[in-house]
Ligand binder design. Structure first.
Ligand SMILES: Cc1cc2nc3c(=O)[nH]c(=O)nc-3n(C[C@H](O)[C@H](O)[C@H](O)COP(=O)(O)O)c2cc1C
Length: 192
C-alpha cells in the first residue's frame, strides 16, 4: 500500500506537521510505505474554476493545481491530518480538496485530528467532505489533544513518553486505524 499523509495546515508555527510526521513514523514502523504530502509545497490559488471540476472534462487547471492533482492520484490510500479551526478544517485543506475530481475514486481515506477536543468537529466535517470527494472514508480515526501546549509530539514526530505508554491512547488508536486502512486498501484495490 502506498500511503499519502497530507499535512492540513500551512500557517507559521503550525503543529500539524509534527502530527503528520508521527503518522508517517508509525506507518513506517508498521511496514507501510508512507510519504508526507505537505500543502505548503502546493501553494494553490483559491478555487476559481468556472465549472465544477467533476462536470468539466475539458478543464485546464492552474499549473500549481495540476501538480497537486498528479501527486494525489498516485497513492492507494490517504491519511489527512487536520487541526480544528473554528469547529472545522482549515481553509487551505478545503481549497485543496475542492480541486479534486476522481483522484480518490473508490480509494480509502482516514482522518487524524488535533485540537482542544481532539479536533473532533473538524474530523466530523472532514469525513463528510472526503466522502463527497468519492473516497471510502474508514470508520477508525485517531486524535491528539492540545498538541502545542502539551508537547504531545516533538518536532521529529515522536510521541511523548506518557502517551506512548498509554495502552488506550493515541498510539494504539493510530495503529488500529492504519491496520484498518491496509485492509480497506487491499479490498478496494482488488475490487477496482
Ligand atoms: C484560526 C484558529 C481557529 C481555531 N479554532 C479552534 C477550534 O474551533 N477548536 C479547537 O479545538 N481549536 C481551535 N484552534 C486551535 C488549533 O486547533 C490549534 O492551535 C492547532 O495547533 C492548530 O493547528 P496548526 O498549529 O497546525 O495550525 C484554532 C486555531 C486557530 C489558529
Amino acid at each position: 500500500m502506498k500511503l499519502a499523509v497530507v499535512v492540513g495546515s500551512t500557517r507559521n508555527g503550525r503543529q500539524t506537521d509534527k502530527v503528520a510526521k508521527w503518522v508517517v513514523n508509525t506507518a513506517t514502523k508498521n511496514d507501510i510505505s508512507a510519504e508526507l504530502v505537505d500543502l505548503l509545497d502546493y501553494e494553490m490559488p483559491f478555487f476559481d474554476e468556472a465549472i465544477s471540476p467533476r462536470y468539466n472534462p475539458d478543464r485546464k487547471p492552474h499549473d500549481k493545481v495540476q501538480v497537486w492533482l498528479e501527486k494525489i492520484k498516485d497513492f492507494d490510500a490517504y491519511v489527512f491530518v487536520t487541526p480544528e479551526y473554528n469547529h472545522s478544517i482549515t481553509a487551505v485543506l478545503k481549497n485543496a480538496l475542492d480541486y479534486l475530481t476522481n483522484e480518490f475514486y473508490r480509494k480509502p481515506t482516514a482522518v487524524v485530528s488535533h485540537g482542544t477536543v481532539g479536533g473532533a468537529r473538524a474530523a466530523t466535517d472532514l469525513k463528510e467532505i472526503l466522502s463527497e470527494c468519492q473516497s471510502v472514508v474508514i470508520p477508525k480515526s485517531a486524535q491528539l489533544f492540545n498538541v502545542g501546549m502539551t508537547n504531545a509530539v516533538d518536532d521529529d514526530g515522536n510521541l511523548s513518553e506518557e502517551l506512548e505508554a498509554n495502552p488506550y491512547g493515541p498510539k494504539s488508536q493510530l495503529e488500529t486505524m492504519l491496520k484498518e486502512l491496509v485492509w480497506y486498501s487491499n479490498a478496494l484495490s482488488a475490487a477496482r
